[in-house]
Design a protein around this ligand. Structure first.
Ligand SMILES: [Zn+2]
Ligand SMILES: [Zn+2]
Length: 268
């Protein structure tokens, strides 16, 4: 299975609008790993004659991400929650599917689909879009061509509720959680011993009161990773306070930072 990071920023992107901090300035240098677009990932799996591609979240920059990385085939999209950074790309994606005459199965817990419907009502009401968008509410789990997808309800702090996903393929188990402030006992159990954990962590250390926050920081994530001991962990959803080179140097083997365009192989 190939895991392709389309984007790995927090909801503001890096560089942030109007910011001249060292990380935002360095992000303007071509090739900089500090240049980050909205958080989204694609999974490519299955036998080579029947490759499947599932997108997790559609960031505002989806069109640019997909064209830059040559991602021109998609079988479904899976959504974590309906915050802008995770769904605004649906607009370009669904329009492209409509032009191509292709359907788009959209998997998410029912609550998330309801929230998407509030934002993109025309996907449900306009008949040219209704032919494209196929809402697929997930209850306990869903099978996407051999990939078992299990939603995990997570505490997104000030952001409300979001979902992460446990993704099982053959004997491999991946967990993707982009927007979580605190891990519940249930989440900790799911993370334990995963083959790959992709975890969202906006800042290295965010020293403000917990009730004002929505995503855990790297300091907390490293404690969680130590406890859960996944074979590999990748940190994503990174803000402009995280300099790729500086923070990468501090991480133990098996833990790394995502960057836009990063591709990781997990043996099937
Ligand atoms: Zn900045
Ligand atoms: Zn969010």
């Amino acid at each position: 299975m190939q895991i392709l990071f389309l984007g790995c920023s927090d909801e503001h992107g890096v560089p942030r609008l109007g910011c001249r901090c060292p990380v935002c300035s360095s992000a303007l240098v071509p090739g900089s790993r500090n240049n980050r677009t909205g958080p989204a990932m694609a999974l490519r799996y299955g036998p080579s004659y029947a490759d499947r591609v599932v997108l997790i979240d559609a960031a505002p920059e989806f069109r640019l991400q997909a064209t830059r990385l040559g991602l021109d085939q998609l079988d479904a999209v899976l959504l974590t929650h309906a915050h802008d950074a995770h769904i605004l790309g649906l607009s370009a994606l669904v329009t492209a599917r409509r032009e191509a005459g292709l359907p788009l199965p959209v998997y998410a817990p029912a609550q998330v689909l309801d929230n998407v419907r509030e934002r993109f009502g025309h996907f449900w009401t306009d008949k040219t879009y209704r032919r494209v968008v196929q809402p697929r509410p997930i209850e306990e789990a869903a099978d996407l061509w051999g990939l078992e997808v299990k939603p995990l309800r997570v505490d997104h702090g000030l952001g409300g509720t979001a979902y992460g996903y446990q993704l099982s393929f053959g004997s491999r188990r991946l967990v993707y959680i982009s927007d979580m402030l605190r891990a519940t006992a249930e989440v900790r159990q799911v993370l334990t011993g995963a083959d790959l954990l992709v975890l969202g962590t906006s800042h290295y250390y965010e020293g403000i009161e917990l009730w004002k926050r929505s995503v855990m920081d790297i300091t907390t994530a490293l404690e969680l990773i130590r406890e859960a001991a996944p074979a590999q962990a990748i940190l994503t959803h990174l803000s402009h306070t995280v300099d790729y080179d500086v923070v990468s140097d501090k991480l133990s083997p098996g833990i790394s930072l995502a960057y836009d365009g990063l591709s990781v192989e997990v043996q099937e």
